[in-house]
Write a protein that binds this ligand. Structure first.
Ligand SMILES: Cc1ncc(COP(=O)(O)O)c(C=O)c1O
Length: 405
């Protein structure tokens, strides 16, 4: 399959076929080029490569054929003109902004954000003289107010981690454009199969490939996707600072893309089923899932997402008068989590194995009770990442663990 074929095929076909350039050995599977560098037939060719007169592989901090396979395949699925892979998802978040911001720049971001992203913005970007202004992600008027002033970049997650708030990407894209800013969307929760931010007007998309793209708990990775000019700025920065992905990890991730659509569709179907069932469970106060009619942005979610994703965020029901941020709430929630027999306690998501996370004490610990309350999270909140196990076994596991509270 050549780049010219890409527009003709659907994402499920591209996930299996795009990005493969067979060597003269006619191998079936994509090879792993575990090499830090490349040789030149002549000194003049090395000179021409370094002068930018010819395009070829020079050094694996810059580019590597196995990494290219992963990048081309992901770009084809996403419908992006270009893609650059990074060592981790956080490397992708960081470089997606650091490549375009300078001292004096203004970044506007949704307040509800993955904890490490907030740490990067608050501890590093602000320290480097970049202004960071936060917005209530689900309030269109707040976006309008904050983006009435010019900005350089806008960053958001939708749905948000872990509270599943859905942001109107097309609306924010219009405001960002008018403010002179690039809109970058962290699409980890929705996955490349469930939501296409570029088609909704975003300029760039970032992924932690560690999540659904691997989906089998093996490697870390990330990617930035968007237009050629923007991705080239990201590429130039990574070449220099070295946030480069290993060819082995890129190979695992490229092969994982082959099964991504099948996995995400199956996991999302189970997540929708369990989210609806949990909502009616007497030991559950709330069950948040973008495609449940009870979700506050249900109508928006159905418009911009083709799948609701693999995550369900629940709040355990507490006796009347219990402080949802207090120790009693935490103890009841831990009793539920510790009683799970199939579902593992971990802080990853998007895996074939179902996972329960207590964000208040792990991924979102540093937000503090006030920061967590601002985004609607408490000590009774559990993020469930629904895997590929039989949905009836997962229902039975959740039911018996809820009885243990
Ligand atoms: C929404 C979101 N963005 C970014 C990241 C960072 O990814 P990584 O752990 O691969 O650096 C994560 C998870 O860790 C995440 O959940």
């Amino acid at each position: 399959m050549t780049a010219a074929d890409v527009p003709a095929f659907r994402p499920d076909t591209l996930a299996v076929r795009a990005g493969q350039h067979r060597t003269p050995f006619d191998e079936m599977a994509e090879p792993i080029f575990m090499t830090q560098g490349y040789i030149y037939p002549t000194a003049a060719e090395a000179e021409a490569a370094f002068a930018g007169e010819i395009q070829r592989y020079q050094y694996s901090r810059y580019a590597n054929p196995t990494v290219t396979m992963f990048e081309e395949r992901l770009a084809a699925i996403e419908g992006a003109d270009d893609c650059f892979a990074t060592a981790t998802g956080m490397a992708a978040v960081f470089v997606s902004l650091a490549a375009i911001l300078r001292a004096g720049s203004r970044l506007v971001s949704s307040r509800a954000l993955f904890g490490s992203s907030i740490n990067v913005f608050d501890e590093y970007f602000t320290g480097w003289g970049i202004t960071v202004d936060y917005v209530d992600a689900t309030d269109p008027a707040d976006w309008e107010r904050v983006l009435a002033t010019p900005a350089d970049a806008v960053f958001l997650e939708s749905p948000t981690n872990p509270m599943q708030d859905v942001v109107d990407i097309a609306h924010v894209a219009g405001l960002a454009k008018a403010a002179g800013a690039l809109l970058i969307v962290d699409n980890v929760f929705a996955t490349p199969i469930g939501q296409k931010p570029l088609a909704l007007g975003a300029d760039a998309v970032v992924y932690s490939a560690t999540k659904h793209i691997d989906g089998q708990g093996r490697v870390l990775g990330g990617a930035v996707l968007g237009g050629v000019e923007y991705v080239d700025k990201v590429r130039q920065m990574v070449r220099n600072v070295g946030l480069t992905i290993s060819p082995f990890n890129a190979w695992v991730l490229g092969k994982s893309l082959e099964t991504l659509p099948v996995r995400v569709k199956a996991q999302s179907a189970s997540a929708l089923d369990l989210a609806g069932w949990l909502e009616t469970h007497p030991r559950i106060a709330t069950s948040r899932y973008p495609l449940l009619p009870s979700h506050p942005q249900y109508e928006l979610a159905t418009r911009q997402m083709t799948l609701g994703g693999t995550l369900v965020t629940i709040d355990i029901a507490l006796p009347d008068g219990t402080d949802p941020h207090g120790d009693e709430a935490k103890a009841a929630t831990f009793r539920f989590m510790d009683a799970l027999r199939i579902i593992d306690i971990s802080n990853n998501l998007g895996d074939a194995k179902s996972i329960a996370t207590h964000p208040a004490t792990t991924t979102h610990r540093r937000l503090g009770p006030e920061g967590r309350a601002k985004v609607g999270m408490s000590s009774a909140t559990v993020r469930l990442s629904i895997g590929l196990e039989d949905v009836e076994d997962l229902r039975a596991d959740l039911d018996q663990a809820l009885s243990a509270i």
